[in-house]
Design a protein around this ligand. Structure first.
Ligand code: NAD
Ligand code: UGA
Length: 479
């Protein structure tokens, strides 16, 4: 593909994932005169972004495809030419993964910044002239200092005649998966942290193509970095708070939907982000909370660390208690029983399975001897198998369980809800996909083993519809 655009700003985005991909598609769409190049070290991901038929696009997001179709090959390009695109860029967005560290100091809690550091080193070596480096990945507060150090060292040591100048900005991303395009096109706010006003204004001018100026918040670097971690911690805290109350509802006869509505009616609390479910998943809440608690301890704030850690504890507890309820209702024995799982993605409208509550819950059920029949409209069979294998890799004590040795014998993948339901004792709804809201329970009941159970952890079923067909129903927060 030829780059023929006569652009005065050239962007390079490092990382073609759930953030880099959609956010650059939106920038390219809103700013036709800007040339946007997305690069990644993963050749398969780039190949899929360039798929001519648009069938293998690696990320599923509602409304992503039409935007991609009108920008790709015009002012938006995907490639593996990391060095070349860095050298040509005026603005470089770092959108690489920052997962939880698995080994070494801070293992299991601190962020692994190896990919981010690699980016900084690549930028230090290959950038030319004036370059604005934008940290979009979620990072612990003070990370920009690391990036600056690496860039400054290169500036000092640079033996070539050409001078290099860098400005580092923090511009965290607040999109939520499944709503990425909507969130990017109409954000609540844009946050830009930095100490170089010209660089801040230049980045701001890109967003000003479509975001009103009063929604663009300019801060210092550390406020910006810390605000992102804190925003996720506050959101996660809401989910754990409402989930803790779901259990109390089941015992007392209160109804979690009614309670959510009643407390959400207070404007100070608000009616958003207050739906009870099987626990929060996704690639960020857990890792960012772990990172926040690690940072608090590092700075000697152990009580603060304990406070935020409890949000995570409640999340683990919520997932565990769901598998316990299923086992309890199926006569405390699920050995050899077939159970259908509806939904494997961590939420609806995404194909992402990272930290999905489905993984832990399925593994608990398999560990108890159940055979699972899994359906998800967008997650591929291979992704589910990979999620289970990764789980076993991280939970080595389970690896010797005979039932788990040949994983492929204890679960199967189904394209059809109907086929997945055949001969099962129970259906467990774990993701709120819209097609689970309109299931014909009469047809499903006919093919299930009796007594037939439905466990709805997302409150998507109509209880009267399900029960009138003879199915026994358990709903999270309702009993
Ligand atoms: P992702 O794993 O989907 O994508 C990251 C990409 O970066 C991968 O394709 C990887 O191959 C690539 N990469 C890593 N190192 C590279 C290098 N040195 N050069 C080129 N490419 C490289 O991750 P994501 O979900 O897009 O998240 C990225 C960052 O954004 C994380 O810090 C995350 O916390 C943050 N974030 C994510 C979301 C979300 O909803 N997923 C929202 C806001 C912020
Ligand atoms: C979250 C934040 O919402 C984004 O603002 C942030 O940018 C992003 O993390 C990030 O940093 O990665 P995301 O994880 O994509 O976005 O999805 P959410 O909509 O926040 O859902 C997270 C989890 O909470 C899901 O498992 C979802 O099912 C659960 N949830 C959400 C509930 O159980 N109830 C709710 O009311 C809302």
């Amino acid at each position: 593909m030829q780059k023929v655009l006569d652009s005065n700003i050239r962007i390079c985005c490092i990382g073609a994932g759930y953030v880099g991909g959609p956010s650059m598609v939106v920038i390219a769409d809103k700013c036709p005169e800007i040339l946007v190049n997305v690069v990644d070290i993963n050749p398969d991901r780039i190949k899929n972004w360039n798929d001519e038929e648009y069938k293998e696009i690696p990320i599923f997001e509602p409304n992503l495809l039409p935007l991609l179709k009108r920008t790709r090959g015009k002012n938006l390009f995907f490639s593996t030419d990391v060095h070349q695109e860095i050298s040509l860029a005026d603005i470089i967005f770092i959108c690489v993964n920052t997962p939880t560290k698995q080994i070494g100091v801070g293992a299991g809690r601190a962020s692994n910044l190896q990919w981010l550091e690699l980016c900084a080193r690549e930028i230090a070596t290959h950038a030319k002239g004036n370059t604005i480096v934008v940290e979009k990945s979620t990072v612990p507060v003070k990370t920009a200092e690391v990036i600056k150090d690496i860039l400054i060292t290169e500036t000092i040591n640079n033996i070539s005649k050409e001078k290099k100048y860098f400005s580092v900005l923090s511009n965290p991303e607040f999109l939520s998966e499944g709503n990425a395009i909507k969130d990017l096109q109409d954000p609540d706010r844009i946050l830009i942290g930095g100490d170089n006003i010209n660089a801040i204004d230049k980045l701001s001018s890109i967003y000003e193509h479509w975001v009103p100026k009063d929604k663009i918040i300019k801060t210092n670097l550390w406020s910006s970095e810390l605000s992102k971690l804190t925003a996720n911690a506050f959101l996660a805290q809401r989910i754990s708070s409402i989930n803790s109350i779901s259990a109390l509802c089941e015992i007392t006869g209160a109804d979690i939907k009614e309670v959510s509505k009643a407390i959400g009616g207070d404007k100070r609390i608000g009616n958003k982000f207050i739906s009870s479910g099987p626990g929060f998943g996704g690639s960020c809440f857990k890792k960012d909370l772990l990172n926040l608690t690690y940072l608090c301890e590092y700075y000697g704030l152990s009580e603060v660390a304990l406070y935020w850690n409890q949000v995570l504890e409640i999340n683990n507890w919520q997932q565990k208690r769901i598998s316990k309820v299923v086992i309890e209702k199926l006569f405390r024995n699920i050995s050899g029983k077939k159970i259908a799982i509806f939904g494997f993605a961590f939420k609806a409208d995404t194909n992402d399975t990272r930290e999905s509550p489905s993984i832990n819950i399925c593994m608990d059920l398999i560990n108890e001897g159940a055979v699972l029949k899994i359906h998800d409209p967008k997650v591929k069979e291979i992704e589910i198998q990979k999620a289970f294998e990764d789980f076993l890799e991280n939970n080595k004590e389970l690896k010797n369980n005979k039932k788990l040795i040949d994983l492929r014998k204890v679960w199967n993948y189904y394209d059809s809800i109907y086929d997945a339901s055949k001969n099962v004792d129970a259906i467990l709804i774990l993701t709120e996909w819209s097609n689970y809201k309109t299931i014909s329970w009469e047809e499903i009941y006919k093919v299930m083993r009796k007594p037939a159970w439905v466990f709805d952890t997302r409150l998507v079923t109509n209880p009267d519809e399900v029960k009138k067909n003879g199915i026994k129903l358990w709903v999270l927060g309702q009993g």
